[in-house]
Design a protein around this ligand. Sequence first.
Ligand code: PLP
Length: 394
Amino acid sequence: MKWTVDENGYYGEFGGAYVPEILYKCVEDLRTTYLNVMQSESFRSEYESLLRDYVGRPSPLYLAKRMSERYGCRLYLKREDLNHTGAHKINNTIGQILIARRLGKRRIIAETGAGQHGVATATVCALMNMECVVYMGETDMERQRVNVEKMKMLGAKVQPVIAGNRTLKDATSEAIRDWCRHPADTFYIIGSTVGPHPYPDMVARLQSVISEEIRQQLLTHEGRSHPDYLVACVGGGSNAAGTIYHYLDDERVKIILAEAGGLGVESGKTAATIRLGQTGIIHGARTYVIQNEDGQIEEPYSISAGLDYPGIGPIHANLALQGRASVLPVNDDEALAAAYELTRLEGIIPALESAHALGILPKVTFRPEDVVVLTVSGRGDKDIETYLNHFTNP
Ligand SMILES: *Cc1c(COP(=O)(O)O)cnc(C)c1O
């Protein structure tokens, strides 16, 4: 496939594996084994049965009638919000922990920003009886108390990070440092299509169950397996990669991705990496990065913690540069309005991240016969306080 990773770990000019010497062997071991492991019968059957019986897959594909009327198309929602732990992230953590076990690793580390990936990792570590350390910036720990308590209840050690701004990128650096200290027995579970090769490809493949299901479900609902449009939000890009994976080579399918505009792409308070970003190295990969003139990574901003990341998966950087995907910024206020609209029209409270995908709908003109599939990456339980603070009187 022309849009997936090449044998050197690149998507066009993006990707690669820029890691310190001490990690070279870990990354290289993973690179040479991940495909064999993932394609083995033992992995496939264990992964599939956990997705079915533990996560609750397949997630429904729901024809949203009132929203369809509002936007003049046939709008289907891919309901990743209904998964165990409330989002798509568990598809990836289950897969990676099964790979870690097959590589003989005994200890799991992860980084987390809002805590969603941390909870999904702590969950699978409890399930598999593995030691779990989650690095989290102290600022984020204060903002996301409930997720911190969940991780502790699940048996994980939450390691506060006090470097830098004490947020996601600082937690990521600490996790990489831990990995350097324990390369032999530790597996680093990365939460999105980011990091050094082969992580972006491994995560995209694990999340590709989303588009595999969409194909079958659309065939049942519409008598054809391809939509006219796919819509998803991008932070690092994993739910988007899973949504589009099996359609990348199908030019009939238009891809629209929402990145977090924050207070506006020109405001200096934004996480619209593709719109603003210049090429740089972040988290072991070459991709678009929000940086200043000196090449220092700048603190991004979005109302949505899951989209508040200064980089973007290399697969999406390439899709955007080549014009295969359109990437539109959706600002905080547009996402909030979209979340209220879905709630009032369909009785579904989406995660703030997913609300950015919904914020695309008013920006596109559809034809009535267009089939649009939009991934609702997660549920809004974690965001209720934010919603109530912004709309005391809707
Ligand atoms: C983490 C998260 C995201 C952003 O991550 P991607 O890797 O871009 O998918 C989106 N939605 C929800 C609900 C999340 O928890």
